[in-house]
Structure formats: C-alpha cells, structure tokens
Design a protein. Sequence first.
Length: 352
Amino acid sequence: MTAKLELRDLEKRFDETVAVKKLSLSLEKGEFVSLLGPSGCGKSTTLAMVAGFETPTAGSILVDGQSVEGLPPQRRRIGLVFQDYAVFSKLSVRANLAFGLEAKGVGRAERAKAVQAIAERLDLTNLLDRRGDRLNMSEMQRVAIGRVLVTEPQLVLLDEPMSNLDAALRASLRGEMKLIQKQLQQTVLYVTHDQVEAMSMSDRIAVMSMGELQQIGTPEEIYRRPRNRFVAEFIGDPPINLIACEVQTGGGQVAVTTAGHRGLVLGRGSAPAGRHWLGIRPHDIRIGTGGSFPVRFLETLGAEEVLHVEYGGQLLQIVTPTGQAREGDRVSLQFDLRRALLIDAGSDAVLP
Ligand code: ATP
C-alpha cells in the first residue's frame, strides 16, 4: 500500500514571501524522511501541499509516479498524525481506531476486522476497550498512528507530533516510533525543528532553510559531511566550533593556521588560499595539561562536560568526560583533523 513520493521543483509563494523554493526530493517506499529546519523555513507549508491543504504555486507532487494535482485532501490516501497525538478522549481505543473507516463508510464487519488487525500489529489488543483519556503517552502514540494506518494510507505525514511533550517522554516515544516504523515499513514524512528527533528516527533528513533545501542525506552524512555552513551549524549539539583560519597549500597538501595553532595539516588536495573557517565539532577536540588556553567555565551534562575554552578571542566548546578539567585551568588542545571541515568564507560551502 505504501508509496513512493516525489516532489519536483515544488514552490509556494504567499504574496511577497517565498515559503518554499524549487524543492525537489523523493522518498522511496517505506522510507522515513524528516524535513528539518528552523521556524519559518517552509516545512509545514511543504507538508500542507503534500496533504492537499495548500496549492503549490509551481512544481509537482507525484505519488507512485502519479501527479496529485487538483486532488482534494480526502482523496489523497494520506494519513495525517496530529500534534500531541490527539485522540478522542471519550471514545474507546476501538472507536478511535475505527473512526477513519466509519467516516469513509466502511461497513461494520470490515471495520472490526481492520481494527483487530491494526491493534495486533501495534500491540493494542488489550487496550481496545479503554477510553482515550485513560491512556499513557506511549499508548496514545500507538493509537494515533493506528488510527491513521487502519485507513491504509499511501503516505503518513507527521507535523511536529512531539513538540509539546517533555524531554524524557519525547526520548522514549522516539525509540518506540522508530520500532513501529521498522515493523510497518510505511513511507513517512516527518516535520520537525528538533534535530535530535530527526537524527534518531530518520533514514534520511532533508535540511531546509528559508524555503530552500540545503541538503538531504542520512543522519551520519549530514552530521559528518554537511554541504555548507548552515547545515554544519544547525546539526550537532553543542554546535560545531567555527575558527577563523588562513589556508596554505603547497606540495599537494592543505594546511591551516589559526589563532592558536600553526600549520595544521588537513590532508592532501587543494583548497583556495586565504582566510576561511575551520569547523571542529565539540566531540573532536582533546584536551591536555600544560597548555596555554584557559578554561573559562564548564557545563556539566552528567557523564560529560562542555568546557568553554578561550582560543584566540573566541570561546570553543569542547565535550570531555567529566572531571578532566576545572574552571581556570590552562589546557592544550588537539583537534581531530580527520574530522575537521574547511568552510569557504565567501560562499559558505564546505570545501571537499
Ligand atoms: P514553523 O515551524 O514555525 O511552522 P515552518 O518551517 O513550518 O515554520 P512555514 O510555516 O511553512 O514554516 O512558513 C514558511 C514561510 O511562509 C514563513 O515565512 C511564513 O510566515 C510564511 N507563511 C506560511 N503560511 C502562510 C500563509 N498562509 N500566508 C502568508 N505567509 C505564510
């Protein structure tokens, strides 16, 4: 039942605002793709166009190769999961699951069969007679998803379903969502501004900024090989350190000099000489004793700490196991250069 989704040069303008700009991407059957980006980047507008609530200004949306242009939302075979997994509180789980089928005029016997089948797949059979307001969040998530899946949608769309929940709950629901997705192999488009959510659940992530797709790739790819400065800075917590550097090339090697280090060899190849950015993630810096860089303050995360270390007029964030340094210590810094990024100061592109 599940389908392939393709967006081709999709665009949406609201008067002067270009909410979505020439967006092209495709989701394979059974793939879980997140649209990730800050508020106002065009995620919800994209989802609304796929669902049929907004009409594109240009471009096309294809489901299994067929354009859905002109089809009203109810004819699109799309399952929408609402924010906070809202379920009908006064109705039983059974009635909640049957709701969409009833609305479509599916007969009683067929409804009962479909509800039973989906309840089994989502481990809800013991809860079928429980009222919506007697469910915990994990059960509600499963009911909300079940209510959508029972209608056999070709695509499932979720728009920030966890945005109002507390952090601990979100963490456990993420794990369960991933499990459900793995079992059911549905094509899912998931909208979120939360990179942890996107990173932990997605097969691929489409990062958007100001209506434009910045990059699409696996979580690992967008973390390790971002294409530009926006993606490099948006992904990763604490964020990547950007250090001004002077690039020298020669003998087939690229090296950089920063405020604190001279001639750091990044590798073989070539790069435009001049001033650029060296990007180093907080987990990719080691500290040592007897250096010259002062630890200004530290934040404890539990097993790890974030050190804020002064480095040539800026503060670098460095994640270390707890207890390695104290405020006021002077440390040496060693960058893991295999993982460093060189970012062109003019174009913001990450250099290969
Ligand atoms: P958020 O997470 O805050 O909803 P978003 O990434 O989903 O953000 P959109 O809601 O898609 O972004 O909005 C993209 C841009 O389009 C924003 O500048 C927004 O103000 C504008 N926009 C969205 N809907 C409309 C509308 N109906 N009329 C005018 N402008 C709109």
